[in-house]
Design a protein around this ligand. Structure first.
Ligand code: IPE
Ligand code: IPE
Ligand code: MG
Length: 259
């Protein structure tokens, strides 16, 4: 079945026409600011998470419209277990519900869902919803959505190192042959591309352990808007900012003034 384009934004806004080659291929999003957004409105933190579901779907729709091919969304970090049991319980139950509610639309739009994270502690029921969404959407290729749930960048690297060490012990690989590419093969999603644009909403200017390895050369973009106030138009603004950045990857070219 061929994919159905997602609905346009309610304002009728259309994506910007960006110069060829300047659309980020992979966008990482730290969906932050939900709790403060809700508290500022006299609501419990969990209400912010609830409203964030719509933002996520809108941002995915806008990403498809502008031509982004991969989105990684940070939904729950390995550090978020420090929160109150009630909030943790809410986020786990809510993630399960979002997956169930949205997987058909995501599938219709041609989105491939993939989970990245650590198994221990993650609710089994969340993992089985993730597996169901992965299975349903595995052949889609309009956009890949990496859902980071119980994810930590250091955890990912530590898990990769453990698996690599085991393979060394079993003689599958030799220490001498370990390169950056080898490390990449042991990460949660070996085929994930490097992050081009790393967005964090909610006003904080830090990466909070998200995709440390994959974002080594990402362009960073911080938005003061809380996640529930963010939408695809804000994503497009970030893409426009990205298009003006000069990515050098350590290289250099002469641009002598006046020449
Ligand atoms: C991000 O929003 C969502 C999760 C971490 C699950 P927060 O819940 O961190 O909201 P703030 O940053 O406290 O406002
Ligand atoms: C990062 O936000 C994690 C997610 C958005 C899932 P946090 O709110 O947990 O990060 P800190 O505590 O401000 O660094
Ligand atoms: Mg936060």
């Amino acid at each position: 079945m061929s994919p159905i384009p997602p609905p346009a934004h309610s304002s009728g806004a259309r994506p910007p026409a960006l110069p060829a080659g300047s659309v980020p291929n992979h966008v990482a999003v730290v969906m932050d600011g939900n709790g403060r957004w809700a508290n500022a409105r006299g609501l419990p933190r969990t209400e912010g998470h609830r409203v964030g579901e719509e933002t996520l779907m809108d941002v995915i729709a806008g990403a498809i419209e502008v031509g982004v091919k991969e989105i990684s969304a940070y939904a729950f970090s390995t550090e978020n277990w420090k929160r109150s049991p009630a909030e943790v319980r809410f986020i786990m139950g809510f993630s399960r519900q979002v997956l169930r509610n949205q997987r058909d639309d995501l599938n219709d739009w041609g989105v491939r869902v993939r989970w990245i994270g650590r198994k221990p502690k993650l609710w089994k029921s969340v993992l089985s919803e993730l597996r169901a969404a992965e299975e349903l959407t595995r052949n889609n290729d309009v956009l890949t959505l990496n859902l980071a749930i119980n994810y930590g960048g250091r955890a990912e690297i530590a898990d990769a190192m453990r698996a690599m060490a085991e393979d060394v012990q079993r003689g599958v690989i030799s220490p001498k042959g370990i390169s950056e590419r080898t490390v990449g093969r042991y990460l949660y999603a070996p085929s994930m591309s490097d992050v081009d644009l790393f967005i964090r909403t909610g006003g904080e200017q830090r990466t909070s352990n998200f995709l440390m390895w994959e974002s080594a050369y990402a362009e960073l973009y911080f938005s003061d808007k809380a996640w529930p106030d963010f939408d695809r138009r804000e994503l497009w603004k970030a893409c426009e900012a990205y298009a003006t950045r000069e990515r050098r990857f350590g290289g250099a070219v002469d641009h002598v003034a006046g020449e």
